[in-house]
Design a protein around this ligand. Structure first.
Ligand SMILES: CC(C)=CCNc1ncnc2c1ncn2[C@@H]1O[C@H](COP(=O)(O)O)[C@@H](O)[C@H]1O
Length: 282
């Protein structure tokens, strides 16, 4: 899909208006996803399903409050259907690893290329790769998985702006609710790999850590790739959180930090072998 009028001109010629491209751009601006639906020319209401769910309605406003109560009850069915669709789509996935990382990495940047190599190494080791299906590290990891002929899975999320599954996703879904999507990230993976990233990545990392710490999941290696990126956070956790006894020293052992994709694969494999030796089911 062409996204810029200048792509159709050569050298220093001024860009000619391109009717197809202009329509395309207008299209992209007015397009968004509501759950699995792609909609255009909406009324400008940019609230996502998640945001509507979490919105506070003043109970003193009788009319809105009554309407809200009714809608919330119906919403439960939609949430339920999203779980059903997710379980249906992913139940045949064999061994998989979920990869998180910055949505903002640009192709060609060192971290993007690192993410491609991570996807490729996991794929070559026989793992399907699950990502958030978006751009940056997600796209890169899906690309690596695709290149190594592994199943490349993208679990996208409805956002208030246009959102596409990246082109390297072979099995993709679009979720309305963050918490449903997160369940899929955990339920269908044997391990988490976190590449350098920002708030979204940190959220996903700490959710995984909390699940392992509280033994809600017991089969989960968590691997951080990129020592330099993660060093400051881990040092702070040791110097502040452990020192204040807000986390125990063993909690820091729940993550393994590596630099190379092959090391990440090795950590995941070794954990699987330990599990197998103990006779634990996945
Ligand atoms: C360019 C841009 C902001 C696109 C947003 N598009 C996204 N599409 C899908 N998942 C996402 C997106 N943004 C954040 N996430 C989730 O949050 C993580 C990245 O957040 P961050 O860039 O580190 O904070 C990803 O692992 C992904 O699961």
């Amino acid at each position: 899909m062409t996204t810029s009028g200048s792509e159709t001109t050569s050298g220093s010629e001024p860009a000619e208006p391109d009717p197809v491209t202009d329509v395309d751009i207008e299209d992209r601006q007015s397009t968004r996803y509501i759950g699995p639906m792609r909609v255009r020319r909406t009324d400008g209401d940019e609230r996502t399903t998640d945001r509507r769910l979490l919105e506070w309605v003043d109970p003193r406003d009788a009319e809105r409050s009554a309407e809200r109560t009714m809608r919330d009850s119906w919403r439960v069915l939609r949430i339920q259907s999203e779980f059903v669709a997710g379980f249906d789509a992913l139940s045949d996935v064999a061994e998989a690893v979920t990869v998180f990382g910055s949505a903002r990495l640009q192709p060609g940047s060192p971290d993007y290329e690192l993410a491609v190599r991570v996807g490729r190494a996991l794929g070559a080791a026989g793992y399907a790769v699950i990502t958030g299906g978006g751009p940056g590290a997600m796209e890169a990891a899906n690309k690596g998985a695709h290149e190594s002929s592994a199943t490349s899975i993208g679990l996208n999320i409805e956002l208030p702006f246009e959102q596409h599954l990246n082109p390297w996703v072979d099995l993709g879904m679009n979720f309305r609710y963050f918490f449903v999507r997160k369940t899929m990230f955990v339920k269908y993976a044997q391990a988490f790999v976190c590449l350098p990233g920002g708030l979204g990545t940190l959220d996903e990392l700490f959710e995984a850590l909390t699940l392992v710490q509280t033994k809600k999941v017991v089969r989960f290696p968590i691997v951080l790739v990129g020592r330099e990126h993660w060093a400051g956070l881990l040092a702070w956790m040791g110097e502040v959180l452990v020192a204040k006894r807000m986390v125990s020293p063993e909690d820091l052992d729940l993550v393994t930090v590596v630099d190379e994709p092959d090391e990440a694969v090795e950590v995941i494999r070794a954990a699987a072998q330990r599990r197998a030796a103990r006779g634990e089911a996945d």
